[in-house]
Design a binder for this molecule. Structure first.
Ligand SMILES: Nc1nc2c(ncn2[C@@H]2O[C@H](COP(=O)(O)OP(=O)(O)OP(=O)(O)O)[C@@H](O)[C@H]2O)c(=O)[nH]1
Ligand SMILES: [Mg+2]
Length: 399
């Protein structure tokens, strides 16, 4: 399964800066709305301690990287045009960008937590806009966009489905083809929306909107990046939103991340990530010195990091509940058939069984599956066994 993360938010909230920080790209950013029109794409990395250290081996990563025993797993990221109220009806850049998000598994909503932009992304008095409003407006836009897709030809389609006695989940699933919404998502959403599946033809616009809100929650979950946390009016807003959204919000400063990266690349500062400390080195100009002090005292000392990679890790590991699993062919050497040690790592959903995992690697492995082996213990595992975070497994299949 290839994972795609979509970066969304109103104009000028810092989406492209966020993408550049995550992916090391240099897509255009600027302080006026709609700098981005066509989507920018990049590849970021989620990180997890590599099992090579625990197993005492030197790995040869192929589909990922390993730096100092940290596995870096590539994730595709897309940054789209800014979203303004009414986008689903074609306002602003319209709903083209919503289509750009169709393939996304999860959305990072980049919010201007300093409250210095109005709904349209234009500058206003710092702190005068309530970022809480941005959160609900974005959810509403996504739900309204999905409802628009469902409503197309709804009455006729419902009648037809009725005469064909088609299952409602199959019916909605067909309407949402291409949006990466699964039948499980739809089933869960119908339940949460408490809709009566025996009276589908009576569902009104509000019912459909409610259903789409629930589909969004399960099918395109949103994690909040409280961006521009470096600005003076940000902290209070962040604390308020943190109370409300708890585990789903991360304080970030995309711009600081980029400044720090450039200074590090120029060897002007050393960043000790474990302690969140910056060590100034020679070559810092008199203009750069106060910047370093400010980053240390106003961001790192308070929040620990610039938050960019924390957001990505949280999205992948906590919200999507994906787990890194390492398939091997030789359980003594932890290698593949060519002798490469721990070459690949796959991200699979929590609850995935070893047999389902076989199918993710190759359909033939699923068909011919016999059993699995836990490479740590060399014990057999039966087909219903659910994989755990960091498992190293061999799949035994009939030739
Ligand atoms: N202070 C501060 N400014 C930031 C931060 N992130 C981005 N910016 C600035 O915000 C402005 C807008 O950034 P962009 O990345 O172009 O914003 P965007 O959301 O992609 O904007 P559109 O493409 O127009 O929708 C630029 O001037 C950035 O330098 C941040 O963390 N802190
Ligand atoms: Mg942009």
């Amino acid at each position: 399964m290839s994972i795609l993360i979509g970066i969304v938010g109103k104009p000028s909230s810092g989406k492209t800066t966020f993408l550049n920080a995550l992916c090391g790209t240099s897509a255009k950013t600027a302080d006026y709305p709609f700098t981005t029109i066509n989507p920018n794409q990049g590849v970021g990395f989620v990180t997890t301690p590599c099992v090579c250290q625990e197993l005492g081996v030197t790995c040869h990563p192929r589909n990922s990287e390993c730096v100092d025993h940290v596995r870096k797993i590539p994730i595709k990221i897309i940054d789209v045009a800014g979203l303004v109220p009414g986008a689903y009806e074609g306002k602003g850049m319209g709903n083209q960008f919503l289509s750009d998000l169709a393939q996304a598994d999860i959305l990072i909503h980049v919010v201007d937590i300093s409250g210095s932009l109005n709904e349209e992304g234009e500058s206003v008095d710092p702190g005068s806009h309530d970022p809480m409003k941005d959160v609900s407006f974005l959810e509403n836009e996504i739900a309204a966009w999905m409802r628009g897709i469902l409503q197309k030809d709804w009455v006729r389609a419902v009648r037809k489905a009725d005469t064909e006695r088609k299952d409602i989940v199959d019916f909605i699933s067909e309407k949402m083809t291409g949006l990466k919404i699964t039948k499980v998502h739809i089933m869960r959403a119908i339940n949460s929306a408490k809709l009566d599946t025996s009276t589908v033809k009576d569902w009104n616009d509000d019912d459909l909107l409610q259903l789409c809100h629930e589909i969004q929650k399960v099918g395109k979950p949103i994690i909040l990046a409280a961006n521009k946390i470096d600005r003076p009016t940000a902290k209070g807003n962040y604390e308020r939103l943190e109370q409300e959204f708890g585990g789903k919000i991360v304080p970030t400063s995309a711009l600081t991340d980029i400044v720090l990266r450039n200074l590090t690349l120029q060897d002007k500062v050393e960043y000790i990530s474990a302690s969140g400390r910056l060590i100034p080195k020679s070559g810092l100009s008199s203009k750069e010195e106060p910047i370093i002090d400010k980053i240390q005292s106003e961001i790192l000392d308070i929040y620990g990091t610039t938050g960019i990679f924390e957001t990505l890790n949280k999205a992948v590991f906590d919200v999507l509940e994906l787990q890194p699993i390492y398939p091997v062919a030789d359980t003594n050497r932890f290698s593949d058939n060519d002798g490469l040690i721990l070459p690949d790592v796959f991200l699979v959903k929590k609850g995935t069984t070893i047999k389902e995992f076989a199918g993710i690697i190759h359909q033939d492995l699923y068909k011919n599956f016999i059993h699995g082996i836990d490479a740590r213990t060399n014990r057999r595992i039966s087909e219903k066994h659910e994989l755990q975070f960091g498992d190293v497994v061999k799949i035994v299949a009939a030739a």
